[in-house]
Write a protein that binds this ligand. Structure first.
Ligand code: RIB
Ligand code: CA
Length: 322
């Protein structure tokens, strides 16, 4: 029986690969995609999502979500992003790992009328069986839905979050982007009571995707496989220059690892039930703080400290061979 999921995205390059993997894989039933501001402003993350839907000739509904974090863009003492150095191509042009708009035809399809937070409340309230929610952008949409109706958490089988970092960060010395962009929402979701599995940078950087996989995708040579290969090659160029992984010529393809986990849980390694909190102040603003001690306090998150490259790579490429 395919696993029913709602996928929440801030469509950029790795979100696009997560949408494609979820749509193409027979063990996943993609019930809906919700968009949020994150990698780019909401209008771009939503348009990019619609363009991917049309690239796939898919028909999943798209719900437009929150254009801002709960308070994060209002918080004055917020520590500024310490941007990575710029990666450049052979002509010296700056490379952007998440372009404003994908080089795909403008979408003709539209989003649903209902805003994403209301979709969560409506869909989960009516759900006859619990559903899995996969969050691969800032967690604003679900946090707002939980503010409106906290009991929807009882209808969530598992929340899989791409976010956080224990030994690895990517937007400040302490924080990972999805959490940093709206840490107040992240903290609210982390304590909503549903089962939570966190797929942090520690896992996505070890479950790397390399040039070998993008070459295999080009051999498949469908439009979606070629587009995924283009996205991966771009990410490899950027990672090699500004955040190299264990293996040169590889990239962290964060978001689809959350989908791969639902297909084969063994893609996540060193998973430990921890107490995970989020710093909301000072130089650690947006940091996920992972306490592995066995203690009285609630342990709320299954935290993956590593990922498996071989398993992830096989799931990803095989899905495009559909
Ligand atoms: O830190 C990586 C995460 O931030 C990924 O989900 C990427 O798409 C961005 O949203
Ligand atoms: Ca994302």
């Amino acid at each position: 029986m395919p696993r029913k999921i709602i996928l929440d995205v801030d469509t950029g390059s790795d979100d696009a690969c997560a949408i494609m993997l979820a749509w193409l894989h027979p063990e996943i039933q993609l019930e809906a995609v919700c968009t949020v501001k994150g990698n780019q402003p909401l209008k771009y993350t939503t348009e990019n999502t619609l363009r991917i839907r049309e690239l796939l000739h898919a028909d999943f509904p798209v719900y437009r979500g929150c254009a801002h974090g709960l308070v994060s863009d209002l918080v004055y003492p917020r520590i500024p992003v310490t941007k990575n150095a710029d990666a450049v191509d052979e002509h010296g042009n700056v490379l952007h790992i998440h372009k404003e708009l994908f080089d795909l035809p403008e979408a003709t399809g539209k989003c649903e009328e209902m805003p994403a937070p209301m979709f969560y409340v409506d869909y989960l309230s009516k759900a006859e069986e619990p559903v899995t929610v996969v969050m691969v952008g800032p967690l604003t949409n679900l946090a707002v839905a939980l503010l409106i109706k906290p009991e929807i958490a009882e209808k969530i089988e598992e929340i899989v979050i791409m976010g956080g970092g224990h030994n690895i960060t990517n937007v400040t010395l302490a924080a990972e982007f999805n959490i940093y962009d709206d840490p107040e929402s992240a903290l609210r979701v982390l304590h909503c009571g549903a089962k939570i599995t966190m797929v942090p940078l520690d896992a996505t950087h070890t479950a790397y995707i390399s040039k070998k996989e993008s070459d295999q995708l080009r051999e498949i040579s469908t439009p979606e496989a070629n587009f995924a290969a283009d996205l991966i090659d771009l990410r490899i160029m950027v990672h090699d220059q500004v955040q190299p992984l264990e293996v040169k010529g590889s990239c962290a393809l964060h978001d689809p690892l959350c989908i791969a986990y639902l297909i084969d849980p063994e893609v996540l390694q060193n998973v430990s039930l921890c107490n995970v909190e989020v710093s909301l102040s000072g130089i650690t603003y947006g940091q996920t703080i992972v306490d592995q001690r066995y203690m009285q306090k609630e342990r709320n998150v299954y935290y993956a400290f590593r990922g498996d490259h071989e398993r992830f790579a096989k799931i990803l490429v095989d899905a495009f061979r559909h």
